[in-house]
Design a protein around this ligand. Sequence first.
Ligand code: NDP
Length: 455
Amino acid sequence: MTTFDYDLFVIGGGSGGVRAARVAAQKGVRVGLAEEDRYGGTCVIRGCVPKKLMVFASEFAGVAEEARAYGWDFQAGSFDWPRFRTNLHAELDRLEGIYRNLLNSNGVETFDSRATLVDPHTVELADGTRKSAKHILLAMGGRPVKPDMPGADLAITSNDIFHLDTLPKSILIIGGGYIACEFACILNGLGVEVTQYYRGAQILRGFDDEARGLVSEEMQQDGIKLHLGTNILSLERETDGGNGIRVKATNGDAHVFEQVMFATGRAPNTEGMGLGALGVELGRGGQVVVDTYSQSAVPSIYAVGDVTDRLNLTPVAIREGMAFVETVFGGNPTAVDHDLVPTAIFTQPEIGTVGLSEEAAREIEPVEIYCTSFRPMRTAFAGNARRVLMKLVVSTATRKVLGCHIVAPGAGEMIQLAGVAIKMGATKEDFDRTVAVHPTMAEEIVTMKSPVRTA
Ligand code: NDP
């Protein structure tokens, strides 16, 4: 019988890899894990966590003005980026320590090294050491990509934003996805003059049209200069005395910005891993192709998280990691459930969403749309025109709620709970017989009596 150094070797110490390694080790599995960068991965080190802390920082911008309407005499102060950044990195160091401890205290042997594949049961560390394992789990995540164009190296990506020495006075953000929109709002809140170019007709493609329309309007109301149907052709460093970046746009404009950020998507970290040579199938975007049990075309090699480009969200990677452990080491084949995953976009206002958009649902079956948009009590009292939106997409035939879309401060918190009901198969009538929590914004989700339209 072949003996291996490990039962499981995990490549990548992010959300999916760490969870799989830890849970497997708790079952008595001998686990090794290699991470070439920092433990915690994209989510903890350069994604969700630092981003959310920046969202919190940016939300203080309007507090003094709003508080005045409530009788307080606060004076708006200025934002000290270096102070915040120091605190931010101290917190990330603390979290990274927790991730390392989680692995070590559960008996996972860790290697601070890049690892590549040699054969279906062997990995090679950067120093040439080889480790064999019965199973290998690929959890290398992804990275931001920049389009290929003249001067692209002058621009930053979301990876760099947390390390800037100073906040720029002006920034151009290119893209219309999660990352572009979230950072447009964050930086705008922190006092940066933000311009955003998106090549399509409306930001946040794929989300419910009404929800994305409202966020787009609110972002512009807040001062973000959003240009739709616009992309860039080239970037160059100013030569006539200034130190800005001159950007040529597809609409013929040329403007100078202190900083330019590409938020034009992410690519799986599969390059140079030796995967193709082993027979691991890769998709067109370089992602590892896996079945519903996260198994690749090579039976001993599995993959979870962003490297598989299924649903690139931390909680999904974690579930994929746990399902993998249950399948391979628990004797209980467990497919990953990617259906009805609630998610939030931390724009200002936030979007919380679960299930089908109106546009997607009506392609499948006849639907009733329940929707309301209003000025919430707290900010309306302070004279703010900001609106929120609550929307349910309901199957005409089964009465099931197929989708719920909320645009409001705290929408991420609200959608988590709506997600439970919808995952359980709640009908519109189940929502109707739930008593409202008054006075809240969320109560509108159970008080919408008549459909605004059928589709
Ligand atoms: P997305 O794929 O969501 O968005 C990429 C954007 O860049 C799109 O608007 C796309 O336009 C545009 N784009 C792509 N290529 C080009 C190009 N060559 N020139 C100009 N524009 C271009 O990627 P993100 O990087 O924003 O986010 C990646 C993933 O990370 C998300 O899908 C999500 O899964 C996850 N994420 C989740 C968050 C959360 O849960 N809150 C936060 C951040 C990220 P088009 O629409 O036309 O294709």
